[in-house]
Design a protein around this ligand. Structure first.
Ligand SMILES: [Mg+2]
Length: 302
């Protein structure tokens, strides 16, 4: 655990540094409020702050106020360590967002105990944030394929569609459907079907950029939304088709070959999501009808 010491008094700072060190903590020391804020803006900023009140550039209450405005998943635990000792100061310090307040001169054991309370609080908050992130992940992703679920892809695609109209760029939108999936399920069982979906999810994730949207539309059908400079560049989809064709699903003593059909359309926004998907779906239908394991791009935005 790294702790920030912000105090303009050299002796106080050194004493705190030595104590923290003895108790097994790393510390960073600064002598004014501006430096304290600068350290706290970093990604790997300390999670706990021992804060003096009277300091140059920005005083303790101001540092506190600004720290509370920073957007941090786990807010820092701030302990005032100050010679200020009136009830008014205590209340003001806590109102400015401090977590705790300890008067100088302090008893070392009390300081240590209060730091421990801070550490427990930070641990709890970290657990809460992790739990919330897990919940968000579960709510947005398809468990089997690790791509967005239907609701999330609808939502994100909708937003991307309005954004591309505003910013005037082109989106390629693809519907991809694993070939002969029903046959695979019937012949080899649902576990194999699931393995095929999971493998295809991996191929999609490995071949797309962070800015692309990939989601499971339902069953063995997937949606891909890619922002492109050149609307005729279908290499992303060709790569996905080829990798799918070349991948082999091992199952007991058998091995199963997969393939995918992909229907693609382009849009520059200004139309409904349903319209775009309808065109992509028509292209997919054509890909299936003309023999599968291919990509078809024939429907441009009218
Ligand atoms: Mg001071």
């Amino acid at each position: 655990m790294k702790i920030l010491i912000a105090d303009d008094d050299n002796v106080s700072r050194l004493l705190l540094h030595r104590l923290l060190n003895r108790w097994g903590f790393d510390s960073v020391e600064v002598a004014d409020g501006e430096k304290a804020l600068e350290i706290m803006r970093a990604d790997d900023a300390p999670e706990l702050v021992l804060l003096d009140w009277e300091m140059p550039k920005a005083d303790g209450p101001e540092v506190c106020r600004q720290l509370r405005l920073m957007d941090k998943a786990v807010p820092p635990y701030i302990i005032f360590v100050t010679a200020k000792d009136t009830l008014f100061d205590l209340v003001l310090g806590l109102d400015m967002g401090a977590s705790d307040f300890i008067r100088k001169p302090y008893k070392q054991e009390e300081l240590r105990a209060r730091i421990q309370v801070g550490i427990r609080t930070i641990a709890l908050q970290t657990q809460l944030v992790e739990a919330r992130n897990r919940m968000e992940h579960l709510a947005m992703y398809d468990m089997l394929t690790e791509v967005y679920n239907r609701r999330a892809i609808m939502d994100l695609f909708g937003r991307e569609l309005s954004r591309c109209a505003r910013e005037q760029h082109t989106l390629l939108v693809a519907m991809a459907d694993l070939d002969y999936f029903k046959k695979l399920n019937d012949q080899f069982g649902h576990a194999t079907g699931d393995a095929a979906l999971s493998l295809f999810g991996e191929i999609l994730r490995n071949n797309t950029r962070k800015s692309d949207l990939v989601g499971r539309w339902g069953g063995e059908e997937f949606i891909l939304v890619a922002q492109v400079k050149d609307a005729d560049d279908l290499s992303l989809f060709e790569r996905i088709r080829l990798q799918t064709e070349n991948s082999v699903l091992k199952f007991e003593d058998k091995s199963v070959r997969l393939s995918v059909s992909i229907g693609i359309t382009a849009t520059t926004g200004g139309e409904t999501l349903e319209k775009v998907l309808h065109r992509a779906d028509n292209a997919l239908y054509e890909a299936k009808e003309s023999g599968r394991n291919r990509i078809v791009f024939n429907e441009r935005q009218p």
